[in-house]
Design a protein around this ligand. Structure first.
Ligand SMILES: Nc1ncnc2c1ncn2[C@@H]1O[C@H](COP(=O)(O)OP(=O)(O)O)[C@@H](O)[C@H]1O
Ligand SMILES: [Mg+2]
Length: 354
């Protein structure tokens, strides 16, 4: 698989702000790649550099192997869909989609054909002659997509395109976007601060914070094997417990010694143990905890019912640990005030730097 986009040592400085710092990234042809991170971490700046709206202060940016860092936007085989997708209200759907081609003086017959194809891709053919004012929010966003797709870009850049939609519609559009991307096979680079959006749609995710790309991987890699405290904490719910390395296969917590792969940090180093609430189980004091499990003893201080699951907060010598237990037959219900053991498979323990 050739790379659609390659960034090497890319930085962007505004005054004394490093918006993006020393970014290395290769995005494959046909990949659905998401840049995920909190507001202000440099996602939009990265996207704007790929689009050509900003030039890197430093570094190389190639599209299908061709250096593009200093090329203007119209010289690049990319298009962008923004969150605010102002359509022309006095135009029909097909006029909106064909507008850019008319400006470029593309031949009339070709415009008709390309608009038809773009509307077909977003499944809006039946609304071609509707006034754009008459469309729902989701349909308007699909017109905005068609307006980008009509240019037949090799790479489509999407900057929080669903941010303005309400939850239900956003979830429906997530599925639609993913289907569309698979159908047309174009490389998508999708910017979002929404972890669920990134997890459900992406082939791979790059997590950014403070201008840096911290980790790149599949949704499973990022969720199951976070390599830093920031990535562990940003995606999903997680317990972060302070620990000290004992040797290459164990750490010490206030509540006892745990089995955990420690990837080479020196004995005595301060680290953080990360474990997801859904990987934990609660055992009553009368129950036998299998010896192969990591175990920490504590007292239940809170229980919240979510229908399909219960959340327990367990106060332990290592702090409050959150446990998520499924509400199904065979899983015992525990009471507030009860002493219990929080236990989990050592394989679910990730050790990250402090
Ligand atoms: N044109 C600009 N001039 C000055 N600072 C900017 C400009 N664009 C972005 N920044 C700064 O760069 C940082 C990253 O911004 P941005 O890329 O928009 O982040 P995100 O899209 O992740 O929210 C922020 O600190 C922001 O204030
Ligand atoms: Mg942004």
């Amino acid at each position: 698989m050739s790379d659609a986009v390659t960034l090497q040592g890319v930085s962007k400085v505004f005054g004394d702000v490093y918006a993006v710092r020393d970014l290395d990234l290769a995005i494959g042809d046909g990949e659905f790649f998401s840049l995920l991170g909190p507001s202000g971490c440099g996602k939009t700046t990265t996207l704007r550099m790929i689009a050509g709206f900003e030039f890197p202060t430093q570094g190389s940016l190639r599209l299908h192997g061709v250096e593009m860092a200093l090329q203007p936007p119209n010289q690049r085989p990319v298009n962008t869909v923004f969150q605010s997708y102002a359509l022309f209200p006095h135009m029909t759907v097909e006029e909106n989609v064909g507008f850019g081609l008319r400006m470029k003086k593309v031949a009339g017959a070709e415009i008709v054909e390309r608009v038809r194809r773009a509307l077909d891709m977003v499944q809006l053919t039946h609304r071609a002659t509707a006034s754009s004012k008459q469309l729902s929010g989701g349909q308007q966003q699909r017109v905005a997509l068609a307006r980008a797709l009509v240019n037949e870009p090799e790479v489509l850049l999407l900057d929080e395109p669903l941010g303005a939609l309400d939850l239900k519609l956003r979830q429906a559009m997530q599925t639609e976007l993913k289907d569309l991307q698979e159908r047309v096979g174009i490389t998508f680079i999708y910017v979002t601060h929404d972890q669920e959006e990134a997890l459900t749609m992406s082939d791979r995710i790059g997590v950014m914070n403070e201008g840096r790309l911290l980790q790149v991987g599949t949704p499973q890699d990022i969720y199951e094997q976070p390599t830093s405290r920031f990535v562990a904490g940003f995606i999903g719910e997680i317990n972060l417990l302070p620990a000290t390395i004992v040797d290459h296969e164990s750490v010490r917590l206030a509540g006892g010694r745990l089995v955990a792969a420690t990837t080479g940090a020196a004995a005595g180093s301060e680290v953080t143990v990360a474990v997801r609430p859904e990987r934990l189980s609660l055992f009553g004091l009368g129950e036998t905890v299998p010896a192969r499990l990591n175990a920490v003893r504590g007292r239940i201080v809170r229980r919240v019912y979510f229908g399909d699951v219960f959340y327990y907060d367990v106060d332990t010598p290592d702090g409050v640990i959150e446990v998520k237990e499924e509400n199904r037959p065979g899983v015992a219900l525990h009471e507030i005030g009860e002493e219990a053991v929080v236990a989990w498979d050592p394989a679910a323990t990730t050790v990250v730097e402090s």
